[in-house]
Design a protein around this ligand. Structure first.
Ligand code: ADP
Ligand code: MG
Ligand code: ZN
Length: 614
C-alpha cells in the first residue's frame, strides 16, 4: 500500500509539471508588450504599421526605428534589455477607450484591420487540456488498481476473483500423510463423478465440508485434489475476497459464485481461509461488521437454498475453527469437519516421497532419516526443504541432490521455523514424551476414566506440545465424585511422570494444573463434594466471567475461604500422589512406552493397551 501511494504521488507531480509546461507554452509571449502611452507616441511618429484591432487588444508591427524609440522612452541603457526588445517585431497593447484612435490611424495612413476576437479558445484551451490530462491520469491509476487488487471498476463483478479451473490436475497421490482425511473425501469424489447414480441409491451427501488444520498441512491442496480426482471444475475464492470496502459487494460476490457454480455443476466451490469471512458476528464491533454480516448472511442463505442434488459440493478451509460463526457450522451447512493434522513420522516420509520425485536425487537418500529429522513440520515445510535442497545442489554445481544438501536444507528451514518457535529440540521432545505417557498410563490404570484413543507428541496448535486424546465412552451429563477425582489424577499424570523420571518439573504442565485446580475448586464450591465443608454451594449468584473474580461479592467468611483453599489443595495433592504412585509402580512400562512414543510420535489406544499388558 505504501508503495502505491508513493507511486501515485510521483505521477501526480509529473502531471502537474506537464500542465504547467503546456500552460507556459500556450501563453508564452511572442510579442513585445507595450504601454498605451508608448503606443500613442509610436503611432504619432508613424513607427508602427499593420495593426490588428480587437475589442480588447491591439497587435501590430514595429519598425526598426520603433525599437530605438521604445528604448529611449524606457530609458534603457542595458545592452541585454535592448536585445530582448528587438527580439519581436510584433507589439501588443491593451486597448483603452480612445475615440480619436481611428481618426489618428487615418491621418497617419496606417493600415489596420479589425477582428472579432474569439478569445474563448485561448482561455479555455489550457483548462481543457488540464481536464484531459487528469482523465487520462485517473484512468491509468484505476487500471493499475484493477490489475493488482480489486479496483473500483470491478465492483460486484466477482469473476475476476473466482478462480475457475476446468481441471486442477492434482491427484490424490500428490497429497500424502493425510490418509484419514482422504478416506473421508473418497465418498465425495464418488458422488461428484456420478451424482445421478448417487441420487438413485438415495445416498446422502454432505453439503458443506470444512477442512480444519494448521497452516501448510495441505488443505488447499486436498480440496484441489478432490476436484482433480473427480474431474470436475474447481471454483475457488479466498474468504478475504468477500470482505470488501463497499457494502453489498461481498454479498453480490456470493450470489455470483453460486450462480456460476450452478452453471458448471457438478463442481466444487472452495472457500479458502473462510475465517476471514465467517468470524463470529459481534466479535469486532469496530470494523466492517455490517458488511461481513451481510456477506455471511448471504452465504448462509445460498447454502440453505442450494440443493446438493445438483452436484455442487461446497468446501472450505480454516486453521481457526474456533472463531467461526456457529451458524456456519450448523446442520445443512458446514456440518462435516475433516481434520487435516500435522503429519506423523510415516506421513512425513510419504510427503517427502511425493516431493522428492520431482527432483533428481542421489540413491543414498534415506527418507526415513529425513522424516525423523523433521518432527513437527507440515507438508509445506517439507516441500520447502526439498526445494531448498535442490537449490543448494545447483549452487554447488552438482548434477544430483545428495543427502548433505538435504541436511543443510533442513537446518535452514528449522532455523526459520525456530523464530516462529514451532520446532522442539531433542531434550524437550523427551520431556514431552514422558509427560504424555504419564497422562496415558494413569488414564489407563484408573477404572473410571475415558478411554485413551491416541497419544501424540506432534505439536498441535501453538500451546499444546503434545496431546493425549481421551474418548468419552458415552455422552455424560453427570459425573460422580470419584470420576472427577480420577479426571484430576489423569491431568496431573503428566507432571507426575516428569517428576518421577527427571526429578524435576517443567513449565509444560501449566494447562493441566489450571484445569485440575478448576475441577477441584468446583467440587468444593459448587458441587458440595467436600466432606469438611459439607454439601454447600459457595458460588451462588456469582456472574461467571463477567466480573473480575476478586470483585465478586463473597457470601462466605474469610475463614470459610481459607477452608475452601485447604480443601482444594488437599484434593489436588492427593490426586497428584496417586498419579505418582501409579507411575512409580509402572516405571518400566513408562520408560518403554515413552521410548516407543519418541520413535513413532503417535501411539494409538489399542496399541497402548497391548503395551500395558491389558
Ligand atoms: P494449507 O492450505 O493447509 O495451508 P497448502 O495446501 O497451501 O496448505 O500447502 C502448501 C504446499 O505444501 C502444497 O502446495 C504442497 O506442495 C505442500 N504440501 C502441504 N501438505 C502436503 C501434503 N500433505 N502432501 C504433499 N504436499 C503437501
Ligand atoms: Mg491454504
Ligand atoms: Zn499435560
Amino acid at each position: 500500500m505504501k508503495r502505491r501511494i508513493g507511486f501515485t504521488i510521483v505521477y501526480f507531480l509529473i502531471a502537474i509539471a506537464l500542465i504547467l509546461f503546456i500552460n507556459n507554452l500556450v501563453s508564452a509571449p511572442k510579442h513585445t508588450e507595450i504601454k498605451y502611452s508608448e503606443f500613442k507616441v509610436l503611432l504619432g511618429e508613424g513607427l508602427i504599421n499593420n495593426l490588428n484591432i480587437t475589442k480588447a487588444i491591439i497587435h501590430g508591427e514595429l519598425t526598426d526605428n520603433a525599437h530605438k524609440r521604445l528604448f529611449e522612452l524606457r530609458e534603457i541603457e542595458n545592452e541585454k534589455e535592448f536585445k530582448r526588445l528587438q527580439e519581436f517585431n510584433i507589439f501588443r497593447v491593451v486597448r483603452m477607450e480612445d475615440p480619436n484612435l481611428v481618426r489618428e490611424l487615418g491621418e497617419r495612413n496606417i493600415r489596420y484591420s479589425v477582428t472579432q476576437e474569439v478569445t474563448w479558445i485561448k482561455t479555455l484551451f489550457p483548462v481543457l487540456l488540464t481536464i484531459l490530462i487528469i482523465v487520462v491520469f485517473w484512468s491509468y491509476i484505476f487500471r493499475r488498481m484493477g490489475a493488482s487488487s480489486e479496483g473500483m471498476m470491478a465492483i460486484g463483478r466477482s469473476k475476476a476473483k473466482i478462480y475457475v479451473e476446468g481441471e486442477t490436475k492434482v491427484a490424490f497421490d500428490d497429497v500424502a500423510g493425510v490418509d484419514e482425511a482422504k478416506e473421508e473425501l473418497k465418498e465425495v469424489i464418488e458422488f461428484l463423478r456420478n451424482p445421478q447414480k448417487f441420487q438413485m441409491l438415495g445416498g446422502k451427501i454432505p453439503k458443506g465440508i470444512l477442512l480444519v488444520g494448521p497452516p501448510g498441512t495441505g488443505k488447499t491442496l486436498l480440496a484441489r485434489a478432490v476436484a482433480g480426482e473427480a474431474k470436475v471444475p474447481f471454483l475457488s475464492l479466498s474468504g478475504s475476497a468477500f470482505v470488501e470496502m463497499f457494502v453489498g459487494v461481498g454479498a453480490a460476490r456470493v450470489r455470483d459464485l453460486f450462480s456460476q457454480a450452478e452453471k458448471s455443476a457438478p463442481c466444487i466451490i472452495f472457500i479458502d481461509e473462510i475465517d476471514a469471512l465467517g468470524k463470529a458476528r459481534g466479535i469486532s464491533p469496530v470494523t466492517g461488521i455490517d458488511e461481513r454480516e451481510q456477506t455471511l448472511t448471504q452465504l448462509l442463505s445460498e447454502m440453505d437454498g442450494f440443493d446438493t442434488k445438483k452436484g455442487v459440493i461446497i468446501m472450505a478451509a480454516t486453521n481457526r475453527p474456533e472463531i467461526l460463526d456457529p451458524a456456519l457450522l450448523r446442520a445443512g451447512r458446514f456440518d462435516r469437519h475433516i481434520l487435516v493434522d500435522r503429519p506423523d513420522l510415516k506421513g512425513r516420509e510419504d510427503i517427502f516421497r511425493v516431493h522428492i520425485k520431482k527432483v533428481r536425487c542421489s540413491p543414498d537418500i534415506d527418507i526415513k532419516v529425513l522424516a525423523s529429522m523433521t518432527s513437527g513440520m507440515v507438508g509445506a515445510d517439507l516441500a520447502n526443504i526439498v526445494n531448498e535442497a535442490a537449490l543448494l545442489a545447483v549452487r554447488r554445481n552438482k548434477e544430483i541432490v545428495e543427502m548433505a544438501d538435504f541436511e543443510e536444507a533442513i537446518e535452514r528451514v528449522i532455523a526459520g521455523l525456530e523464530k516462529k518457535s514451532r520446532v522442539i529440540n531433542k531434550r524437550e521432545k523427551e520431556i514431552i514424551a514422558y509427560h504424555e505417557c504419564g497422562h496415558a498410563i494413569v488414564a489407563n490404570m484408573l477404572p473410571r476414566t475415558d478411554k485413551v484413543r491416541r497419544v501424540s507428541i506432534i505439536p498441535r496448535g501453538i500451546a499444546a506440545l503434545g496431546y493425549t486424546v481421551q474418548l468419552p465412552t458415552e455422552e455424560r451429563y453427570l459425573l460422580t465424585r470419584s470420576e472427577l477425582l480420577d479426571r484430576i489424577t489423569v491431568m496431573l499424570g503428566g507432571r507426575a511422570a516428569e517428576e518421577v523420571i527427571f526429578n524435576e518439573v517443567s513449565t509444560g504442565a501449566k494447562n493441566d494444573l489450571d484445569r485440575a485446580t478448576d475441577i477441584a475448586r468446583s467440587m468444593v464450591t459448587s458441587y458440595g463434594m467436600s466432606e469438611k465443608l459439607g454439601p454447600l454451594s459457595f458460588d451462588r449468584g456469582r456472574p461467571l466471567f463477567l466480573e473480575v473474580p476478586w470483585s465478586a461479592p463473597k457470601e462466605y467468611s474469610e475463614d470459610t475461604s481459607r477452608k475452601i483453599d485447604e480443601e482444594v489443595r488437599t484434593i489436588v495433592s492427593d490426586a497428584y500422589e496417586k498419579a505418582r504412585t501409579i507411575l512409580t509402580e509402572k516405571l518400566e512400562k513408562l520408560k518403554m512406552i515413552a521410548s516407543i512414543l519418541l520413535d513413532k510420535e503417535v501411539i494409538e489406544g489399542d496399541e497402548l493397551k497391548k503395551l500395558l499388558g491389558q
